[in-house]
Design a protein around this ligand. Structure first.
Ligand SMILES: [Zn+2]
Length: 74
């Protein structure tokens, strides 16, 4: 009788700017920064620091994963 499913209220996955995909993980626990009007996530504080030291360069270097940031993964 208890086959109740807990509905996913928010996205259970996200992509960091450096290209890592996390599933069933709460992005709240990861470092993030605002850039170009978006919130960008990072896998570690060192990634965040690298971003802050030169946001434009870091963004360009990771551009190929940047287009996936904050977009649901299929
Ligand atoms: Zn990273």
């Amino acid at each position: 009788m208890d086959k109740a499913k807990i509905p996913a209220i928010r996205p259970s996955h996200f992509v960091t700017l450096c290209g890592r995909i996390f599933h069933n993980t709460d992005p709240t626990y990861f470092p993030c920064a605002a850039y170009r009007g978006r919130t960008i996530f990072f896998c570690t504080d060192s990634c965040l620091e690298a971003f802050h030291s030169d946001p434009k360069r870091f963004y360009v270097a990771h551009r190929k994963s940047a287009h996936k940031v904050n977009v649901p993964v299929k």
